[in-house]
Design a protein around this ligand. Structure first.
Ligand code: ADP
Ligand code: MG
Length: 697
């Protein structure tokens, strides 16, 4: 099995039409090699085999039409003075008016005489056919004769400065030139067993399918391969950790009760179960490797603290790593309250974040190294090389989807086979969870603490925005605080940021001028974001305009209103996480989704988020929606390791791959047999981080 050419080593500059400037753009998309590009799959497809003549458009249905721009104007809405762009398309047999809100720049795309394809739902408004915010693509006259026109057209994720047509052509050239060099990595036995097509054909069919069946079949083949090797790596990792001896830590029933009884509230049954799991694990022969999964607000912190308490009572140190400084501080403040008289009496806790003064930091380092600190709360700063523990026995990772396997491994190396406890609020169905985090044992917190207010979620269109502001004002007058959330999508980052900033100005100077308004977004200095959050938390700021930086874990019980603008542009999981920021106090909360969904999937997602606040149900719903586009953005899983496939849409393949991976590792747990050498090589190459621990041990 000799490899002819390693496509991961060939730079895309060897593809015709890719110069230095374009290389930079590709790098933005994470594409550097020919292999990267071949595996950069379309985000979705557009079926342009049958364009619908405008005269035959069915009202109320989603269709693709194609016409020449007859006119395009920008005006202001009567209701709220917002920008409205209207382009009239004519295909000779009929006309359709396409309308977009708040995207004035569109006018420059739709010059009179250009040919445009639009996909959206047709309505009748003022006696004419219209599509509100359809998806669109300007057709290049040259391409119209070409293969991409009346076919299934791949649509890729883009970066600023790169068009669909360019990337489509480049992929085409790349496939023509290199696809013969693709090497099938799957063992022949498996390929034969499941009648899997050759990788060369699959890659071509994923980019340029003749039919959707063909595309799906090809994707299954590629998914199977990816899952198979991924699963093996996960299993190997677990085997290696579980073969080590752990630090046995027992606590008596009375000690456990002392912890539990020192809280001002009763623990939920789910919390108790998770604590029992942890107690058993920590007392066992091998290191704990446990994932605690529970919806936002389900009370995971307490469960983790029980682990820290157990370590403390046994004379060992523990640490908690949180994804942001503000979250680390929040944990620290809460824990401090428990150390005087509460459940963690006597425990010495330290906070370690970036940006401490050298003296201060050295002081903390010294205390940690000689055991004067029992629990360290921190951010990535914990991974710092100079930090040494005296006897670290438990590592807790909060909000794990923000960290990679590598960080988890590096932190663990600060102890001698410490117990590892991972907390996640990513609500994925159990079956999927077991498969994806096969190296971890699982505790699920499927119950919310009692006494919380209800979250009411409502949907409003952009035209109703004034009414939304009035509603928010009336709630502010009652003493609540409010969030306004704006989407930031990479493709249109600059425009999006501008939209958020403009809103902030408008709110500050007009709409909410009697209140204090704050703004946070990802491009601001971290310190400014933190200060604004602190001011919001303390009540100095009443209205917070924010982007998705809000997503992770901050607790402001008095903020009980959230307005999510352009809700259709967020993923389901993201919407759910965002909404989890409110309803944390006793009062009922209100979540307003402002959106004019333009696709059937957009509508289904909206329906899903409106109909339940249960994260697991939402996740299941997401599985059902599937469809084009992966709305459960991959970064949401923390599954950076999986590159090409969205596991949520490929459950059956995933399970099959898992079964085969188990079969292999059962027969050959360290892949020592000659026939498995190639597999081992592939895993080393694809998942180096999963082997970190194996190498270290
Ligand atoms: P998450 O699972 O999102 O990390 P937290 O651990 O931050 O949730 O808990 C959210 C809030 O609920 C905290 O203010 C915490 O004190 C409170 N809490 C946790 N468990 C209970 C309980 N059993 N009863 C009442 N309140 C609880
Ligand atoms: Mg939490």
């Amino acid at each position: 099995m000799t490899k002819t050419t390693d496509l991961s080593k060939i730079s895309i500059q060897f593809i015709k039409g890719v110069g230095p400037a374009r290389m930079k753009l590709f790098a933005n998309l994470g594409i550097e090699s020919v292999e990267d590009l071949l595996y950069f799959f379309p985000r979705r497809y557009e079926d342009r085999r049958n364009l619908c003549p405008i005269a035959q458009v069915k009202i109320g249905e989603f269709q693709t039409v194609c016409g020449i721009v007859e006119s395009c104007i920008e005006r202001r809405s009567f209701y709220n003075r917002k920008s409205v762009t209207e382009a009239v398309l004519d295909d000779g047999g009929g006309k359709v008016c396409c309308v977009w809100f708040n995207q004035p720049y569109l006018k420059s795309y739709f010059k009179k005489g250009t040919k445009v394809v639009c996909y959206g739902r047709a309505d009748v408004y003022k006696n004419r056919i219209q599509m509100v915010a359809p998806e669109y693509e300007v057709i290049d006259p040259e391409e119209e004769q070409g293969p991409a026109f009346k076919s299934i057209v791949p649509i890729y994720s883009l970066t600023k400065g790169m068009g669909q047509r360019y990337i489509r052509n480049t992929v085409r050239i790349c496939i023509d030139k290199y696809h013969e060099e693709l090497v099938d990595e799957l063992p022949v036995t498996l390929r034969n067993k499941y009648h899997l097509a050759n990788i060369k054909r699959c890659i071509t069919e994923i980019h340029f399918p003749q039919t959707f069946e063909e595309q799906e079949e090809a994707l299954r083949r590629v998914s199977f391969e990816e899952f198979y090797f991924f699963q093996i790596s996960v299993i190997l990792r677990r085997l290696s950790i579980k073969s080590k001896s752990g630090i046995k830590q027992q606590i008596s029933d009375s000690m456990a009760l002392e912890f539990i009884n020192n809280f001002p509230f009763l623990l939920t049954i789910a919390q108790k179960k998770a604590m029992r799991d942890i107690r058993i694990d920590m007392a066992g022969d091998h290191p704990m490797l446990r994932l605690v999964q529970g919806d936002v607000g389900s009370g995971k912190t307490l469960v983790a603290l029980f682990g820290c308490y157990t370590a403390f009572k046994n004379g060992y140190q523990s640490c908690v790593m949180a994804p942001t400084e503000i979250l680390a501080r929040q944990h620290y403040d809460n824990i401090l309250k428990l150390t005087d008289t509460g459940a963690l009496k006597g425990l010495r806790v330290a906070l370690l974040v970036n940006g401490l003064k050298k003296k201060e930091r050295d002081d903390i380092y010294a205390k940690i190294a000689d055991g004067q600190v029992d629990l360290v709360i921190g951010t990535h700063a914990l991974i710092c090389e100079e930090l040494n523990f005296k006897n670290l026995s438990l590592v807790v990772i909060d909000e794990q989807h923000k960290f990679g396997v590598r960080q988890r491994a590096l932190l663990s190396e600060k102890g001698k086979n410490p117990h590892v406890l991972i907390m996640t609020a990513t609500p994925i169905p159990r079956t999927l969870c077991i498969t994806l985090y096969g190296d971890l044992d699982l505790s699920i917190i499927d119950e919310m603490p009692p006494g919380r207010g209800k979250i009411h979620t409502v949907h409003k269109s952009h035209e109703e925005e004034q009414a939304v502001y009035e509603k928010v004002k009336s709630l502010l007058a009652k003493g609540t605080q409010a969030y306004f959330v704006y989407p930031i999508i990479e493709d249109s980052e600059t425009v999006d940021l501008k939209a958020a900033e403009e809103k902030y100005q408008e709110f500050k100077n007009k709409v909410f001028k009697e209140w204090n308004v704050g703004l946070i977004h990802g491009k601001m200095k971290q310190a400014d974001v933190e200060q604004t959050m602190i001011d919001f938390k303390s009540g100095k700021i009443h209205v917070l305009v924010a982007t998705t930086v809000l997503e992770v874990g901050i607790d402001v019980p008095n903020a009980n209103v959230m307005v999510i603008e352009h809700a259709e542009r967020f993923g389901l999981a993201q919407l759910h996480q965002l909404r989890g920021r409110i309803g944390r106090g006793k009062q009922d909360a209100l979540c307003v989704l402002v959106s004019d969904p333009t696709t059937p999937d957009g509508q289904k997602r909206l329906h899903a988020i409106l109909s339940t606040t249960n994260g697991f149900k939402i996740a299941e719903e997401d599985l059902l929606i599937r469809g084009p586009g992966h709305f459960f953005g991959r970064h949401q899983h923390g599954l950076n390791e999986l590159k090409v496939v969205n596991p949520l849409s490929q459950m059956d393949v995933l399970e099959l791959a898992r079964k085969e991976a188990f079969e292999l590792t059962n027969q050959d747990p360290v892949l020592a047999k000659a026939e498995n050498h190639r597999t081992k090589e592939i895993i080393k190459k694809r998942y180096p981080n999963y082997l970190l621990m194996v190498a270290a041990g």
